[in-house]
Design a protein around this ligand. Structure first.
Ligand code: CTP
Length: 501
């Protein structure tokens, strides 16, 4: 069915404006009709109709049909209670999941497609714990009223295909506005994660958040702390995975949500003194993020959004506020902001429960983001190029992108000079890679050989000999076994000489 869906919903994307074009009602209706005729949806619609229960497609799929975006999730809402949903779905489903049953949600796989069916809800939240007090409702309109935004609070009743849009969702889609169906303070108070969803939709759909909702977001920002770190980081990842996350990040920062979930980014808004001794680090970081995404698309047009790269781009200068010094003479320096930034990133990403690998990759990129800037001043030796490749390890491609993206100067001659210098570095890496295996640089002799040649047992000395040979290998390239043996012996003799002397 997915194939049918994507054919039925051609990408109506306007890349230059970075927003989704609203489909005409006729086009949307076609998409929804095709959808309702797919085996999955028609099977469900018939089963619920026969049992006299209302069933409607709701939220994302309805919104996306009108936006001409591909439809991914099939979410349904119904008057049937969880037990009744189960009884209707079990006979027609290949598999059923009832882990969300207490919240009214039954998941199922029907005709090869996964769906989620949820009983109408009219729940309230207790405002203290993170859990909603689940109350099942009687009406579709009440169910829609408790949803996050009007554009997500539209439903299409099946099988008759009537659109239920009690809160002006279509008007808001056309106007590109995010408005809450209930008062925003109530909606965000019920589920503070919606404030982060607002930032994501602003970025993803190119919409503008309603003024009152923005005010409520600022007022209720502290409530985001009620949400688990996992859900917060999931939403951050969704925001960063959009084509153009900047406006979403700005919204998180301006409303104070970022003070709670990514305070290091808010702290980038350093005062820029009147002499402009340094650039506005916050705006610079946002530009680097945008440029990194552009390069990512140019270099890997078919790849999934590269979240670690994007995190590194956004966070690469978070060491600056802590390391800023005003030097005599009035210049501003940020010594070691790369190392300090990498440490801060590890702390933040751990707190947000990012996996170890992502955290390590982001930290490595931040640590290395300045390394290249020495390159353009004097051409690096082969040894420096090998070390760059070795230190970047499997993050080399991301480091290429991050470093190129980090050039935000308006001086086009300077920008061109740096871009050419980086082209030159990439060319030299490729040349070296052709001659030798620089990605996996190893000494010319291994541990066993070292022990045999020096006639020593396993221990610290073998490790020292290994790093001596590795440095030699990085400095001089492949030496061959014979020369490496000679140099190893000489090194060992000089050690003995030092000890006796
Ligand atoms: N919803 C909500 N409040 C939330 C999460 C979800 O009101 N905090 C409602 C919205 O009506 C939303 C629907 O539940 O449309 C489904 O949620 P979800 O699948 O998370 O989002 P989608 O809107 O489908 O968007 P996407 O699939 O792009 O995440």
């Amino acid at each position: 069915m997915r194939a049918i869906l994507s054919e039925a919903t051609p990408a109506a994307r306007d890349r230059t404006r970075r927003i989704w074009c609203v489909h005409s009602a006729a086009e949307a209706l076609n998409v929804l009709r095709d959808l309702s005729e797919t085996p999955t949806v028609s099977t469900l619609a018939l089963a619920f109709q026969a049992a006299n229960h209302e069933l409607a497609l709701v939220g994302g799929p309805v919104r996306d049909a009108f936006l001409g975006r591909g439809i991914n999730d099939l979410d349904f809402t119904t008057s049937a209670r969880p037990d009744q949903i189960l009884a209707l779905v079990e006979p027609v489903a290949e598999a059923v999941w009832d882990i969300g049953r207490d919240f009214g949600t039954i998941g199922a796989q029907i005709q090869g497609e996964r769906v989620e069916i949820t009983t109408y809800r009219s729940d309230a939240y207790d405002g203290e714990s993170r859990k909603p007090i689940v109350q099942f409702g009687e009406s579709l309109v009440d169910d829609l009223r408790r949803r996050d935004f009007t554009v997500n609070a539209m439903a299409v009743l099946l099988p008759q295909l009537s659109l239920i849009d009690p809160f002006g969702g279509i008007d808001h889609l056309v106007a590109g506005r995010l408005v809450t169906p209930a008062p925003a303070e109530e909606s965000f108070g019920d589920d503070p994660l919606r404030m982060m969803r607002a930032a994501r939709f602003v970025a993803q759909l190119g919409f503008t958040l309603d003024e009152h909702a923005e005010w409520a977001m600022t007022e209720l920002a502290p409530a985001i702390e009620r949400i688990s770190a996992e859900r917060v980081s999931d939403e951050l990842v969704k925001l960063l995975s959009t084509d153009s996350p900047l406006e979403g990040v700005r919204l998180l920062v301006s409303t104070g949500i970022a003070d709670r979930v990514l305070p290091e980014v808010s702290a980038l808004r350093l005062e820029v003194d009147e002499h402009h001794h340094h650039k506005d680090v916050y705006e610079h970081s946002l530009t680097v993020l945008a440029q990194a995404i552009e390069l990512e698309r140019e270099r890997h047009p078919d790849a999934e959004p590269d979240v670690p790269l994007r995190l590194a781009a956004l966070l690469h200068d978070i060491g600056k506020p802590e390391t800023r010094r005003l030097e005599p003479g009035g210049t501003v320096t940020f010594h070691h902001h790369d190392m300090v930034g990498a440490k801060l990133a590890i702390k933040r990403l751990k707190a947000l429960r990012f996996d170890k690998e992502t955290t390590a990759h982001v930290a490595r990129l931040i640590e290395l983001h300045l390394r290249f800037f020495g390159y353009s001043e004097g051409v690096w030796s082969d040894s420096a190029v090998r070390r760059y490749v070795r230190d970047a390890g499997d993050q080399l491609e991301r480091l290429h992108i991050l470093t190129r993206a980090d050039v935000t100067t308006r001086n086009t001659r300077k920008a061109d000079r740096l871009a050419h210098a980086y082209d030159d570095l990439e060319r030299r890496i490729a040349e070296l890679a052709e001659r030798e295996e620089i990605e996996a640089v190893r000494p010319d002799l291994d541990g066993e050989q070292i022990m045999a040649i020096l006639n020593i047992p396993a221990g610290r000395l073998v490790g020292q000999a290994y790093s001596f040979l590795l440095n030699l290998r990085l400095d001089e390239g492949p030496l061959g076994e014979e020369e490496a043996t000679r140099r190893l012996r000489a090194w060992h003799d000089s050690l003995a000489g030092n000890e006796s002397g």
